[in-house]
Design a binder for this molecule. Structure first.
Ligand code: PBG
Length: 325
């Protein structure tokens, strides 16, 4: 019997040794908290498929943003749920629309203490639930949608946002928004581009979170799950168009895409740990099938290891608390 001369276990003996050789870090500043704000809400409304996540009132949103800043999170990402929806999603560009007033509220509350980001997409605002407007045959009209995205970007910028997050997967959306912002003098407003965004079954709980009215699917604009080369292409196109950060979404079923994008670009890479990924862990933990807190941290660490610099996650605040020394 020969004994091993090479012993990787040596570096695993104590927590301090393991910490010294840890390859991947997980820190509050790398985590962005997505939050929902519901027009007209007087109490936070729980989202049943996302235990622990709510549709905020304007005032509970401000408090949660202040807390996110205190925790040292990397940012907050805001989604609005309007009281009424229409075919063109007009609530999205109305300065008094819920998302625009909420951006204003949050920026007034936190100032420069934490970056404030906004979802730049029409799906929360349209009565048909698509991310763009429809043509006379019911197809999502790319270029007509771009004109509205440009206006939406200006509305968010006027409300004081730090970064807009175009998430509708229309071709050219980053370039159009960048040009509109620059023409209006908003050269400091950044773009976090949802670049490689896949048509995913894991968005399920988000549809409840934003009271989505979508029938059918988004397969004519979001990517097919099997396409990784195309994900890199989308990221490169967005950088060409002016993206400051590119994002892969979802995260867990696309860790390889995160890695490929990280290796291909020279801007920060974000990944969105989406609603269904959150719900799966919460449901299994609620059943006693997995241990919740280690599962959360392992999930986030895996996304960091894959190459994400920034993670959008509904666990951001809780994880920041768990990570505090
Ligand atoms: C589009 C958007 C979606 C999500 C973020 N932005 C929904 C979609 O593309 O269908 C999903 C986020 C999640 O599931 O947590 N506005």
């Amino acid at each position: 019997m020969e004994f091993p001369t090479v012993r990787p276990r040596r570096m695993r003996r104590t927590p301090a040794l393991r910490a010294m050789v840890a390859e991947t870090s997980l820190e509050a500043r790398q985590l962005v908290l997505p939050m929902f704000v519901r027009e007209g809400a007087t109490e936070p409304v729980p989202i049943s498929s996302m235990p622990g996540v709510v549709q905020h009132t304007r005032s509970s949103l401000k408090a949660a943003a202040a807390e996110a800043a205190e925790l040292g999170l990397g940012g907050v990402m805001l989604f609005g749920i309007p009281e009424t929806k229409d075919a063109t999603g007009s609530g999205a560009i109305d300065p008094n629309g819920i998302l625009n007033v909420a951006i204003n509220d949050v920026v007034a509350e936190v100032g420069d203490a934490i970056p404030v980001m906004s979802d730049l997409c029409l799906d929360e605002f349209t009565d048909h639930g698509h991310c763009g407007v429809l043509d006379d045959q019911g197809r999502v009209d790319n270029d007509a949608t771009l004109a509205i995205y440009a206006e939406m970007g200006l509305a968010h910028a006027a409300a004081g946002v730090d970064l807009v997050g175009p998430s509708g997967m229309m071709d050219g959306q980053v370039g159009v928004v960048r040009a509109a912002l620059d023409d209006a003098g908003h050269t400091d407003v950044g773009i976090l581009a949802y670049s490689a965004k896949y048509a995913s079954a894991f968005y399920g709980p988000f549809r409840e979170a934003v009271d989505s009215s979508l029938q059918g699917d988004r397969r004519t604009y979001q990517q097919d799950s099997g396409n990784a080369v195309e994900g890199v292409r989308e990221a490169l196109l967005d950088i060409d168009e002016g993206a400051d950060i590119v994002m892969v979404k979802p995260a867990l079923a696309y860790l390889d895409v995160i890695r490929r994008v990280r290796d291909a670009v020279d801007v920060p890479v974000a990944a969105y740990n989406i609603s269904g990924e959150y719900a799966m862990v919460e449901a299994a933990a609620a059943n006693g099938w997995i241990e919740r807190e280690p599962a959360i941290l392992e999930t986030l660490l895996s996304i960091r290891r894959a190459g994400a610099d920034v993670i959008l996650t509904y666990w951001a605040a809780e994880a920041a608390r768990l990570l505090r020394p």
